[in-house]
Ligand binder design. Structure first.
Ligand code: ATP
Length: 355
């Protein structure tokens, strides 16, 4: 069961403070969309408005063409999973998962069947009689997920559901959640401030800042064609190298024209080349090339799967280049103090404008 969501001009203020500006967002039926942004950017506020726990100042949210803003939360047919699980610790797993069905007055036999089915989906059937306070964090999170899905909602909303778990479990649960979504195909809106989680799980990522949407696009596009400096900075590891604007409006780096495969993005008068350490090539000797950065290696740090080389450019700006530690790579690396030339392929070169 999946339905599209159309959010129009949704605004929320607290006194003078604008928590959400004016949000317009379409979410496709069956899509996994992630709201990603720093703390306080308005992610939870938007999710809570969708769930019905916060009333916006104005705007409209339609699900499959029907306005839902005046519908109370339990009648919206929306399942919700929070960071802190919000389970009843004294109840057993079955009691927790059955709760939304009791709220909706589903008969006992039907409820039992659905509870078993939901627990089977999250692979917790064998824990059906276990008290929730005797489960691990990952198991509790799956109980919360089963409870959110048991009444077969059209839409699933998740607010940082994995942030309380340790790294390994979190990564396992990311894969499980993604598989579950692929199987069930519910329209899913997921909130996180973890960019890797967002890129891993989503069909599309909506990057938020100061109560506004900066960019809504598939993970690869967010990474490779960030819409402005904020997105480029927030996603991945980035350095910004100031470019010179030539007489004819041509952008230059070290006196040579910059070659780009896409026009500069964002707004503002100054132009910056977005430099991602893993996209830089170490150039030999005097080889020519476009988008060449020259400087001196300052630190060479072994980090396990890769080596990070901090580089000071001639004008004092600092950037870094990352090389994976495959066979033979380490022997070819510069040493601290050595002059280096780095090249950025035009296909990998993004320029953002800024004030
Ligand atoms: P986090 O990742 O920290 O959860 P978020 O992006 O989910 O952040 P929101 O919880 O949506 O952010 O909050 C957005 C802004 O609205 C924050 O600056 C917050 O302080 C403010 N805010 C939220 N609720 C209230 C409230 N009841 N009264 C006043 N300000 C509020």
């Amino acid at each position: 069961m999946a339905n599209p969501i159309a959010i129009r001009d949704v605004r929320k203020t607290y006194g003078d403070f604008v928590a959400l500006g004016s949000i317009d967002l379409d979410i496709e039926a069956g899509e996994f969309l992630t709201l990603l942004g720093p703390s306080g950017s308005g992610k939870t506020t938007l999710l809570m408005i969708m769930a019905g726990f916060i009333r916006p100042d104005r705007g409209s949210i339609k699900v499959a063409g029907r306005e839902i803003l005046r519908t109370p939360p339990h009648k919206r047919n929306i399942g919700m999973v929070f960071q802190n699980y919000a389970l009843f610790p004294h109840m057993d797993v079955a009691g927790n998962v059955a709760f939304p069905l009791r709220l909706r007055k589903v008969g006992q036999a039907e409820a039992d069947k659905r509870v078993r089915e939901a627990l089977r989906l999250v692979q917790l059937e064998q824990f059906i009689d276990r008290r929730v306070d005797q489960l691990s964090g990952g198991q509790r999170q799956r109980v919360a997920l089963a409870r959110a899905m048991v009444f077969e909602p059209e839409i699933l909303l998740m607010d940082e559901p994995l942030s309380a778990l340790d790294k390994k479990l979190r990564e396992e649960m990311q894969v499980e959640l993604k598989h579950l979504h692929q199987r069930l195909g519910m329209t899913t809106v997921y909130v996180t401030h973890d960019q890797r989680e967002a890129l891993t799980m989503s069909d599309r990522v909506a990057v938020m800042n100061h109560g506004a949407l900066c960019q809504v696009a598939p993970p690869r596009e967010i990474y490779e064609a960030p819409s402005d400096r904020f997105v480029a900075d927030f996603i991945g590891e980035s350095y910004f190298v100031a470019l010179d604007a030539g007489g004819g409006g041509e952008l230059a780096l070290g006196g040579r024209p910059v070659r780009l495969s896409q026009p500069p993005r964002g707004e503002g008068a100054r132009h910056y080349l977005v430099v991602r350490p893993e996209k830089l090539a170490l150039l030999d000797g005097e080889t020519g090339g476009h988008n060449v950065l020259e400087g001196k290696a300052e630190d060479v740090v072994f980090q396990g799967e890769s080596v990070l080389i901090a580089v000071r450019l001639a004008d004092g700006q600092r950037i870094a280049v990352r090389k994976s530690t495959g066979h033979g790579v380490l022997s070819g690396l510069p040493e601290s103090g050595e002059a280096v030339r780095l090249g950025l392929h035009p296909e990998d070169s993004v320029v953002v404008r800024d004030a």
